[in-house]
Design a protein around this ligand. Structure first.
Ligand code: RBZ
Ligand code: NIO
Length: 349
């Protein structure tokens, strides 16, 4: 049996007894019912995930998966493809958006090359797990083979497990890959059965053909590859990307170890759709951070059925939104542990 299969079989649902206890405690805290809104739901979810009434997530890590995309040659981006390589180096150095926001949240950033064009020096601080030098051009053929798609998922699982072994108890997902809003939107178009024109956005900067050209490329990719909507691994292989598979793998690996995962924006949410399609129980372990400004973001969150908590008009990627939401996890834990209950203070309402 392969690692993916074995890991999926280890995933369990939430600890329902602890969910009940956590809800009881949240409802007994000195506040009007439900007045802490989504923070209450988060506290209950974290108790159900960890099996503890007072969990603590003091070892946070954001796993950034980096890869390139052959579909770049269709002119879907205004940015040079080499930005993927350069920015991956900068992410590892801690000088990009995710690095600074992770520092603010006390989180580590783990940078993984799962398919960037070009090789990194050994001392770059980038973990080398390259499956191939970029995904294939989805407008003319598949992004990768089924075997490579499974390898991308298993790479994510292995990276998540390694971080958890080292002590991480809260993970976040991030990515770097010029062009990756194109395969992300192709996946959403297939899984959500939504015409590409309705969900295609500018990403980090659209090519000279504009958004309509990008939507046409996505449509062509789907027509060319005919992915099977009911087989998420087929969808990932045909119109996805290596970093998307890697992030989905991180989610599967974290869920198997009962570790919560905070999703970043659009591309992470698409990876979550793949992970949850492969194994629906993964959903219990996911926390959505921010609502991406990318037009498909809203549809992706709706399809996933998890609403983001922050509305910051961000669309950076890299794991930046996940880092920004980490303190909310700490806040949810602290209300459970440190707020008093009505009976403790002798108050009745
Ligand atoms: C300098 C720079 C830094 C980034 N960091 C994340 N992205 C984001 O933009 C890319 C997706 O947008 P598209 O599909 O339009 O290429 C991904 O790399 C994503 O992480 C960046 C993009 C740029 C240009
Ligand atoms: O929301 C995101 O994650 C996003 C959107 C556009 C470009 N890069 C990332």
């Amino acid at each position: 049996m392969n690692l993916l299969q074995q890991t999926m079989e280890r995933i369990q649902g939430l600890d329902q007894e602890m969910v009940g206890k956590a809800r009881e405690r949240v409802d007994s805290l000195i506040k009007p019912p439900h007045s802490l809104g989504k923070l209450e739901e988060l506290a209950v979810q974290l108790a159900g995930i960890s099996g503890e009434l007072y969990p603590e997530f003091d070892r946070k890590a954001i796993i950034v998966m980096a890869a390139d995309h052959g579909v770049y040659e269709e002119g879907i981006s205004s940015n040079p493809q080499e930005v993927t390589y350069a920015q991956t180096m900068f992410i590892a150095k801690g000088i990009t958006g995710v690095g600074v926001l992770a520092k603010t949240a006390g989180a580590e950033v783990v940078t993984v090359d799962i398919g960037v064009k070009g090789d990194f020096p050994n001392d770059a601080g980038v973990i080398g797990r390259k499956i191939r030098q970029g995904a294939g051009n989805i407008a003319t053929g598949p992004a990768m083979t089924i075997e490579e798609a499974i390898r991308s998922l298993e790479t994510g699982i292995a990276i998540a497990e390694a971080e958890i072994q080292k002590g991480a108890n809260l993970l976040g997902t991030g990515e770097m890959g010029i062009g990756n809003t194109t395969p992300s939107t192709a996946i959403l178009s297939v899984l959500g059965n939504i015409p590409s024109e309705e969900i295609t956005g500018k990403g980090a900067g659209v090519g000279s053909g504009g958004i309509s050209h990008k939507a046409q490329v996505i449509k062509k990719a789907i027509e060319t590859n005919r992915p099977d909507k009911d087989n998420a691994i087929d969808v990932l292989a045909k119109v996805g990307g290596l970093e998307i598979g890697g992030m989905a793998g991180v989610m599967i690996g974290a869920a198997a170890n009962r570790v919560p995962v905070v999703l970043d924006g659009y591309i992470s949410t698409i990876a979550a759709l793949i992970a949850v399609s492969i194994e629906p129980k993964v959903k219990h372990y996911l926390i959505a951070s921010h609502a991406s400004a990318e037009p498909g973001g809203k549809k992706a969150s709706e399809l996933l059925g998890i609403q983001p908590v922050l509305h910051m008009e961000m669309c950076l990627g890299e794991g930046s939104g996940a880092a920004l939401a980490f303190p909310l996890v700490d806040a949810a834990c602290r209300i459970m542990k440190e707020m008093a209950t009505f009976s403790e203070v002798g108050l009745k309402i």
